[in-house]
Design a protein around this ligand. Structure first.
Ligand SMILES: C[S@@+](CC[C@H](N)C(=O)[O-])C[C@H]1O[C@@H](n2cnc3c(N)ncnc32)[C@H](O)[C@@H]1O
Length: 275
């Protein structure tokens, strides 16, 4: 499948899916997503030009595993929920989580990405795609508002600026009666950090670092100041999970250091807010 028409922001979906495919091919996978592997193998693209280092692969796989567990927990605790994947890309989260038929699952992404998703991923009952920008008002109109909502974003926030993230969170809390929003972030990401990321991956033709826009935040309670409807439920570092023992050596060392230096732990975290 040709993907040369995707623009750089849409191409970011290829990196995360490729990372999960590489994790599946590893001798000790963290996530073990065989569908990601099969999806990537249908795409004609220079994946080597992405900055998919072993550390990035491990972090992407483990944060997906952590989000899956939180989605399963929400589904178990609520009858008849909806799950909404913001910036779903090619993610096979719905196949990994495998929700019961009481759950409706919505994948929201830009039109070209949704077109690709529909061409590559198997159809599944009660999975709905919304081909729309999250920056447009009304993107949530087709999603039932009266059911408990598990809204999540894996890999989205880095590519938006703070006012855009605030607007999306307001759209979520304004639309759904109640629920949880979960996403991954990277702690504070200064302009210098962003520049370093770009320089470190400048040899790669297609590094997502060139698309990075979010300056991030240190205190996990910060989003509560954006939106009075949000209450922090959880801040968990990917670095602190038992699977960190499968990390490549350098990242394993960083994971040990992160116990003493919270700034390192914040570099890869999962945040959950109730609304
Ligand atoms: C790094 S990818 C992550 C994709 C997917 N969540 C995953 O884990 O593979 C970021 C995704 O956000 C999508 N995205 C970026 N800006 C968006 C917007 N304004 N509206 C909808 N989707 C957007 C991109 O098209 C891309 O699919």
């Amino acid at each position: 499948m040709d993907v040369s028409h995707l623009d750089p922001i849409e191409q970011t979906a290829l990196l995360t899916e490729y990372c999960r495919a590489l994790d599946h091919r590893a001798s000790r996978p963290i996530l073990g997503d065989d569908l990601a592997d099969r999806t990537v193998s249908q795409i004609d693209f220079d994946f080597a030009g992405l900055a998919a280092t072993p550390s990035v692969v491990a972090l992407v796989a483990l944060r997906a595993k952590m989000l899956d567990a939180r989605i399963r927990g929400f589904i178990d605790a609520n009858t008849d929920p909806v799950v909404v994947d913001l910036g779903a890309g090619l993610s096979s989260a719905v196949f990994r989580v495998d929700p019961p038929p009481t759950v409706d699952w919505y994948c929201v992404d830009l039109p070209e990405v949704i077109r690709l998703r529909e061409a590559l991923l198997p159809e599944r009952d009660r999975v709905h795609t919304l081909a729309v920008s999250l920056l447009e008002t009304g993107w949530s109109d087709l999603i039932p508002a009266d059911r408990p909502a598990m809204v999540f974003a894996d890999g989205l926030v880095a590519f938006l600026d703070e006012p855009e993230i605030i607007a999306i969170l307001r759209a979520v809390t304004g639309h759904f009666g109640s629920g949880v929003i979960a996403f991954n972030d990277y702690g504070p990401v200064s302009k210098a950090n962003q520049l370093m990321g770009r320089l470190a991956t400048s040899r790669t033709t297609n590094s997502p670092h060139s698309q990075w826009r979010f300056p991030g935040f240190r205190d996990a309670r910060h989003p509560e100041t954006w939106n009075v409807g949000l209450t922090l439920l959880e801040e968990s570092s990917v670095m602190h999970q038992p699977e960190a023992r499968f990390f490549p050596r350098g990242l394993r060392f960083a994971s040990r250091l992160s116990r003493r230096f919270p700034a390192i732990a914040r570099k890869s975290r999962i945040l959950q807010y109730r609304f």
